[in-house]
Design a protein around this ligand. Sequence first.
Ligand code: PLP
Length: 491
Amino acid sequence: MEYISTRGKSAAVSAAAAIVQGIAEDGGLFVPASIPTYFPQNLADLDYCRLAKDIFALYLTDFTADEIAQVVDEAYSTTSFPDGAVGTVSLDNTEILELWHGPTSAFKDMALQVLPRLLVKSLAKTGGNKEIIILVATSGDTGTAALEGFRDVPHTQITVFYPKEGVSAIQELQMNTTAGNNTCVIGVQGNFDDCQNGVKMIFGDKDLAVKMAAQGKYFSSANSINWGRLLPQIVYYFYGYGQLVAKQRIAFGEEIDIAVPTGNFGDILAGWYAMKMGLPVHQFICASNCNNVLTDALEKGVYDRRRPFHKTISPSMDILISSNFERFIFDISGNDSEYTAAVFEQLRDEGVFTISDSLREKFAAKMRGGYADEDSCKAAIKRVFERYDYLLDPHSAVAYQVAEQLRDDDASVLLLVSTASPYKFPAAVLDALGKLPQDKGELELPAYLNQLSGMPIPPNLAILGELPIRHQQVCAKDDMEAAVIAHLGLD
Ligand SMILES: *Cc1c(COP(=O)(O)O)cnc(C)c1O
């Protein structure tokens, strides 16, 4: 399988090269040159690791079966996923696909446990005894999941920058208690944009790159446009479908609806690829919060990021530039790289582009967009808890709410992609239930929510308060590069 750029001006490369490079030289994203077909009769009998191995093998044709097995078995081991990779819960016509049983209780673990292992093997294939230095700027979820993913992975080091005053107390504690002898966490006196700009500056420093190369060190990123992060996400759509068959909620071959809380469009795009491979899907529901740029793109054909940015209780969906949407446009345009390059250059330069009606017709029936504001998200959390004794986190609640708005007939079963444990966002969840205590700090809230709901606290969050603090470095926003240089011993 070869990988081509959505902008058409870079040569096709192997999977290993696409994973090492991350982004194509022409500024486009790597996509598989063709989508393989897959929909085995015995889907319902396959365990998560078997499925992952089979699907990876179709896309990573330059990897041996042994290499793939090693990556998968390590990534989804019971050390990282004590209750199994994915959980499913039935609520009437909805099946909740819980993707947060990993080490940081958010769905990003599903991909970030895999990417580091793929990256190390890809490096070996593309030549050389290199050491990769991962730099991440995070507003919360990505940093914690990336730290857990890269922790103690040979030939890698990871440094995460987060806004010192801009993440939740739980997220900060998750990061600052990360073990591993290749991890570094630095709080920045600034906001998320400062962190991101600082990381971009470090990536762009040519002198530093030369110094590092002399020592066999190279920078890389762990962001969600890497093919190595998208591929693992295809697997759970097949798994979720298989579980519906196993539970006899659908017949094999029956179409289902799938609702996904969306930010960067990575998660839902993986589902789209699963459908192209052969998964029977009636429609996807792309759910946004008030940052509803994708709703307008899908429903009105205008992608316009020139709008106010809202901070919401579903912060991982507070995104106005959904990078992976480029892969979607490339696909629905029939792999038209000229068109894709033109519209995404227009988005960069003017902040807006339109999707023609004829193009929109090609996906309108299969990919619907909708959004939920803060009040209706909270109301959904409350409603679901009262009716089913089940807690949704705010991101999953957005998807639940939007699915309820858009699904006019409830003929097909809904697979609801649940992306975070409610215990990662206890203040928002308690507030939605009208039970937020005024006299408790954020770190006391999980235990309080547990008393109220009886839902178990994920093990990693339950022990958080007992772990030693291992990182407490803070730096000014202009000193990020100096901090990296000192940490790597390059000065
Ligand atoms: C990252 C994230 C999302 C959005 O996923 P995308 O792939 O960026 O669309 C949704 N929910 C949670 C909890 C997340 O961490």
